[in-house]
Design a protein around this ligand. Structure first.
Ligand code: ZN
Length: 256
């Protein structure tokens, strides 16, 4: 979500502009039954009215339909040829024109492009968003506490469930729990009031910190994501487990 928020800020530069043409050369990149013909007829001539982000989904609203953009692991967004600050662009700096999977050309010049070497992202016309939980940064403390109390899932799996909280990926979840000092294998409902409060605080702080650093891969625990590494806080050998189907690093000493 951190990367996607930076793309949303880039996409803001398209607000108020009118779509002259839609280029959707790659059918694979169109998701949820969306076709190039449907996109062209629905979006051409529309004014972009705003941008939103829910978790990892970027929404581009027009006076007509809404476009949903997903970036996967390697997708990037460029408006008028430029993206967010260069250090975010870790997937690849090389720019191959065949990697442009989707583009909106504006009247008067300029465009919005999705560049995605591995085609893991996608574009959907009027995406359904009912299955997404509240965005992680919009979650209120009481909301988080109530939602935790209702689930027996391991905390790590709970955080990754986009239907409960939208926007937290694997690296970010490990970093948040490491900073909060809570064991990722604990049941969500086992957190007491003080722990839920601490989780809420670290969730916001960690997302904001890694946003200023430039991505979810810039956490302090990131350097430790190899076998045999130690906790950057206290030097204890880190534990590596699979929780909720994902590789999870945690500290057996200070995460309880
Ligand atoms: Zn530790």
């Amino acid at each position: 979500m951190i990367e996607v928020e930076t793309y949303r800020q880039v996409a803001e530069r398209s607000v108020g502009r009118t779509v002259r043409k839609v280029d959707a050369p790659d059918d694979w990149y169109l998701k949820g039954g969306t076709t190039a013909a449907a996109l062209r007829s629905a979006v051409t001539g529309q004014i972009v009215t705003g941008t939103r982000r829910i978790g990892k989904l970027l929404l581009l609203d027009t006076a007509g339909p809404t476009l949903g953009l997903r970036f996967g692991m390697t997708g990037r967004l460029l408006v008028d040829g430029t993206g967010p600050i260069e250090r975010l662009e870790y997937s690849s700096r090389r720019h191959d024109p065949s990697w442009i999977r989707f583009a909106v050309r504006f009247k008067g010049g300029g465009d919005l492009q999705m560049v995605d070497p591995r085609r893991l992202g996608g574009v959907t016309l009027d995406p359904g968003i009912g299955h997404l939980g509240p965005d992680a940064l919009a979650l209120k403390p009481a909301q988080l506490r109530a939602a935790l109390a209702a689930s027996r899932a391991p905390l790590k799996a709970w955080l990754l469930d986009q239907g409960r909280v939208a926007g937290i990926g694997n690296l970010l979840a490990d970093e948040i729990l490491w900073r909060t000092g809570i064991d990722p294998a604990r049941a969500a409902q086992s957190l007491d009031g003080a722990e839920a409060k601490a989780l809420h605080r670290h969730l916001g702080r960690t997302i904001r910190l890694l946003t200023t650093r430039g991505g979810s891969h810039t956490g302090d625990l990131q350097v430790a994501r190899v076998r045999g590494s130690t906790c950057p806080k206290d030097g204890t050998p880190l534990q590596r487990r699979t929780i909720g189907g994902r590789t999870t690093y945690s500290c057996p000493l200070h995460q309880r």
